[in-house]
Design a protein around this ligand. Structure first.
Ligand code: NAI
Length: 339
């Protein structure tokens, strides 16, 4: 049966949904950084996800206000807002099945994602400590940049509190897949909704490696180079256009909601759910790289199968080589921060 984009994301449409006896439909999702540019629209999209029964919106500023607003949307889920007062973070995390983390500062023009490390590293580390203490079995989706470093930070912090489970931790790189699909469709007059291009590596500039060949995109020369560059540096277009008012928020909220929905659908027993995501990965461990984004099949316990990169052409091999060198440094930087 043909599914609309909203249906594929697990969101409500006017179409009747088939009744499923196995579906839980009662997942609690906590959003940490819910008052921000990403947090607000992401929380709004999660409010329309029929499998979410409870949304806990935490921010150091504005969590309760966002919750009051989103709480008026006429879907059944409960929405509560929390601030740091009165153990708000602990209350938000308690019983969460999924914790989404877009807390932290975004880029301004001229900044790389790595420039955010100084501020965001400690934010992510402290939220990971709290999450590990209160929601040790949750699945964690790290949005905060630089993802190539914040995921290793999150892991190290969880390990410190003795609760790290590699299958439960995801760096959100979905926006790269979303951009790859959209930009490739524009470059080839293709259909963005169905064009799926695996994006492997990491989530920053040259570490973003779109595998156009696997998506059936047959561009060559400057056309191919321009498309790859646009996918790798698409975030800069938004940072520049927003002129100091932040980075991608709305497209990121869409991508984050898709990733959250995919994880929940898999937890709920749906088979064959797949996303490219930055996880602890065996693929390049022999080169000292412990995290890598590739196609991952999601399951009832988070990561189910990490797929290999698969067949790539010589050009893509070149991109991958550059990505791996960059990635190694960013991962080590994150690991050393907590160590
Ligand atoms: P923003 O500044 O609009 O929002 C961040 C929110 O985090 C603010 O409301 C702030 O009060 C909150 N916050 C700060 N410290 C906190 C803490 N300790 N606990 C809870 N909340 C806290 O920033 P925006 O645009 O929402 O971006 C958030 C992060 O997402 C940035 O690091 C940005 O670089 C990253 N990002 C990631 C993408 C990805 O593909 N993974 C894409 C785009 C942005």
């Amino acid at each position: 049966m043909h599914k609309t984009v909203l249906q594929r994301m697990g969101m409500k449409t006017c179409m009747p949904r088939p009744f499923s006896t196995s579906s839980r439909l009662n997942y609690k999702v906590a959003v940490l950084g819910a008052g921000g540019g990403i947090g607000q629209p992401l929380s709004m999209l999660l409010k329309t996800n029929t499998k979410v029964s409870e949304l806990a919106l935490f921010d150091i500023k504005g969590g309760p206000g966002v919750a009051a607003d989103i709480g008026h949307i006429n879907t059944s889920s409960k929405v509560n807002g929390f601030s740091p007062d009165d153990k708000g973070l602990e209350k938000a995390l308690k019983g969460a099945d999924l914790v989404v983390i877009p807390a932290g500062v975004p880029r301004k023009p001229g900044m790389t994602r790595d420039d955010l490390f100084k501020t965001n590293a400690s934010i992510v580390r402290d939220l990971a400590f709290a999450a590990g203490e209160t929601a040790p079995n949750a699945k964690y989706l790290v949005v905060t940049n630089p993802v190539n470093s914040t995921v290793p930070i999150f892991k190290k912090a969880l390990a410190r509190v003795g609760v790290h489970q590699p299958k439960h931790l995801f760096g959100v790189t979905t926006l790269d897949s979303v951009r790859a699909s959209r930009f490739a469709s524009q470059a080839t007059n293709g259909v963005a909704e169905t064009l799926r291009i695996p994006v492997v590596g990491g989530h920053s500039g040259a570490t973003i490696v779109p595998l156009l060949s696997q998506g059936g995109v047959e561009l060559t020369g400057a056309d191919r180079d321009n498309l790859v560059h646009r996918i790798q540096f698409g975030g800069d277009e938004v940072v520049k256009a927003k002129a100091g008012a932040g980075s991608a928020t709305l497209s990121m909220a869409y991508a984050g909601a898709r990733m959250a929905s995919s994880v929940i659908r898999a937890l709920d027993g749906e088979s064959g759910v797949e996303e490219c995501t930055f996880v602890e990965s065996p693929l390049f461990k022999d080169q000292g790289i412990d995290y890598f984004s590739s196609r991952v099949t999601l399951g009832k316990d988070g990561v189910e199968t990490i797929h290999p990169v698969g067949p790539i052409n010589e050009y893509e091999e070149g991109l991958l080589k550059v990505a791996l060198a960059d990635l190694k440094k960013s991962i080590e930087k994150g690991e050393h921060f907590v160590a």
